[in-house]
Design a binder for this molecule. Sequence first.
Ligand code: SF4
Ligand code: SF4
Ligand code: FES
Length: 278
Amino acid sequence: MLIPLPWWKGIKGKGKLYLDIKRGAPIITAMEEKEVEVKEPAQEKAPDESPKENLIPVFIMGKRFFVPESFTIITAMEYVGFQFKNAVGCREGFCGACATIYRLEGDYKLRTGLACQTVVEPNMYLAQIPFTPAVKAVYDISKLKPELVSIQRYYPEVFRCVACNSCTKACPQEIEVMDYIQAVKRGDLETAADLSFDCIMCGLCAVRCPAEMVQHNIALLARRLTGRYLLPRSHHLEERLAEQREGSYEKDIEELMGLSRKGLTKRYTERDLDFEVF
Ligand code: SF4
Ligand code: SF4
Ligand code: FES
């Protein structure tokens, strides 16, 4: 585990300086392809003068722990010994698996966030949500029409929305959740699909909804209907699918399957990209 440090006297190099807890020594993470030089701290510096990360108290499942103040909720929980063996995903704010609710000291408000993205605060009171119970309708999209009636059939509760905006306030993606639900109610599926595009299905909006709807599943149906019926067809995709059905890539796949890990890595890093990487 690495803790970011300010630069020390006696350490030279280009990049970011961290304390490696396992090794108990400082390391530099190079940001450029330039060789870095790491020197031991000056001899005369006493160990207790070393810069240390401030520890702050947080409450995890009701118990108080002290954790480094710059850690995210997930890394703080691991720091004190919790292990995430499943139901943890990307750690990058994309998968929605780490939905968390918490309160701050002296603040009445129940807050929501992603544990992999939210930095701990002093006396934060934390509770993880293992998952949001949410029944997802089963439908055959090819038999539906891109109309409000399709949503009404599977999610009639959408009309119970009282426009309280609690869902929008809970969303860690800063999505205008109430607005996409209102768009669904108007039958404007394209707007609903557009507004909900960045949804990561974390379920925090559904947890807070007094009308007890599951907004992210409603939005998913709106996006599917939009993609299937309202947006222009992707001819490139259709051509590629036809090529696959004809077996045009079988030989290439067989060749890849026969490669070693090293060979696969080489092919991956040397591949041609036909798009620009930013
Ligand atoms: S819309 Fe709901 S499920 Fe989607 S990211 Fe926002 S809070 Fe999470
Ligand atoms: S939380 Fe539920 S009732 Fe409130 S605005 Fe959002 S969808 Fe509507
Ligand atoms: S672990 Fe994927 S969003 Fe937090």
